[in-house]
Design a binder for this molecule. Sequence first.
Ligand SMILES: Nc1ncnc2c1ncn2[C@@H]1O[C@H](COP(=O)(O)OP(=O)(O)OP(=O)(O)O)[C@@H](O)[C@H]1O
Ligand SMILES: [Mg+2]
Length: 510
Amino acid sequence: MNEYVVEMKGIVKNFGQVQAVKDGEFTLKKGEIHSLIGENGAGKSTMMKLLYGMYPIDGGEITVKGETMGTITPKTAIEHGIGMVHQEFMLVNELTVLENIILGFEPKKGLTIDFEKARNEVERYIQQYDMAVQLDKKVSQISVGEAQRVEIIKTLMRGADIIILDEPTAVLTPQEARRLFEILNNLKQDGKSLVFISHKLNEVMEISDRISVMRQGMYMGTVDKEETSPLDLTKRMIGREVFLNIDKAHSQVGSTVLEVKDVWIPSQKETSKIRGMSFSVREGEIVGVAGIDGNGQSELVEAITGLRRVEKGSVILNGKDITNQTPRKVRESGLAHIPDDRNTRGLNRAMTIEENLIAVRLDQPPFTRGVLLNKKEQDSYAQQMVEQFDIRPADYHLPTSSLSGGNAQKVVVAREVSMNRKLLVASQPTRGVDIGAIELIRNTLEKAKKEGAAVLLISAELEEIISLSDRIIVIHEGKITGEMMAEEANENNLGLLMMGGTEAGKEEAV
Ligand SMILES: Nc1ncnc2c1ncn2[C@@H]1O[C@H](COP(=O)(O)OP(=O)(O)OP(=O)(O)O)[C@@H](O)[C@H]1O
Ligand SMILES: [Mg+2]
């Protein structure tokens, strides 16, 4: 018998003019964790969507458990035991966890869904693989990590023994990622075969048995984990070394741009209510906000950007009170914002790259001439942005819905940092982007600062906070538990403050 449960050979996939996969290859052994890595747009998601039958292949051959597959559809993929947890979750917020898990099962005519039976089965998986979920909570009330566990359970309920996880850790805190890895190892012990897509090479080195690399739609080879290193993998992915260490310039810090004064912000979740927070950000400095996701970061950002009401206290931007102003008013006062959720807030997916790049400044010269839009200026601006930010494919007439995850993020970053702004609020700016793009985006933030912008950086990556920020504030349950200059910060002292600065936190923080 063949040692592979999946064999993909000579795979070709085109989307119109775009050759997403030119010569793809991938093999999966039973009971292994196989990572698939490569730059944004390399074709990783597409390869796995082809295996899951979301699009037909244009060439090549896919064999699953010894059977050469004709046209794969999600239905036949599921019948062959293939399950996929997508880059963007597909859960219905207003339904409960259990309802979401059951959704999609079609009960035979005349029969109703047997909720009790389903519940028992789900509970068995929860126990077996140690992946706690609260079955009767609405999806809108659970954390991202929990939503992901729900997605995994969904695949198991459909009988999957080949599970594809597309950048599962991009949205997780380091703590949640640890937990996911335990689950993945439990699944592997049980003989499941897993595909893991990630840009985080330290994770890849930790979890994988084998690692395959793609570059520009081409298969670049497979290595055993033991034979490689992060440096080696980077070279295989992009053909050069990458330097993530920012040459931090201490530029001239100027006057205060953002002032948050004893602000109280309500929230549905107890831990994320902001209870009296004060800080400021000045021209020419980057202030990093460190904290475990769900401790008020989103609420704080939403309040500053006009998306959430402040109960008490005030927010001053450029000397102007912007407390509880509309997002539009706040923008007019000099805010640029890279939101953490690029799909719902960052981009209009139906519009082209160009339209998205220009959306926030259509009413400003040089893009308007009287009432007529200046098409030529728009085109040359879009061209320049696409080049500068290495957005691929470089055709700015494409809708952003056709972009890979990381390239969509680059469009948002390009648009926001290029605005004429006093304050730049950057939430998870490098989430889901490849190592080359991380370098680019970090340098861009550093440049904005040098040009005099005040930058508020929210990131789940402590390493990112430490290397980019001048000053760091740490928050826990909606309060500031510490503030320090970046030189004094390390993962340990920040981690401790992130846990609330208690002794009990100390153990977990290491
Ligand atoms: N539905 C689609 N329509 C048109 N083009 C697409 C579509 N899906 C993907 N592409 C293009 O195919 C190429 C590969 O995209 P894919 O999403 O597979 O990349 P990826 O390796 O997963 O990148 P990332 O790390 O950014 O998620 C990209 O150029 C992308 O723009
Ligand atoms: Mg992808």
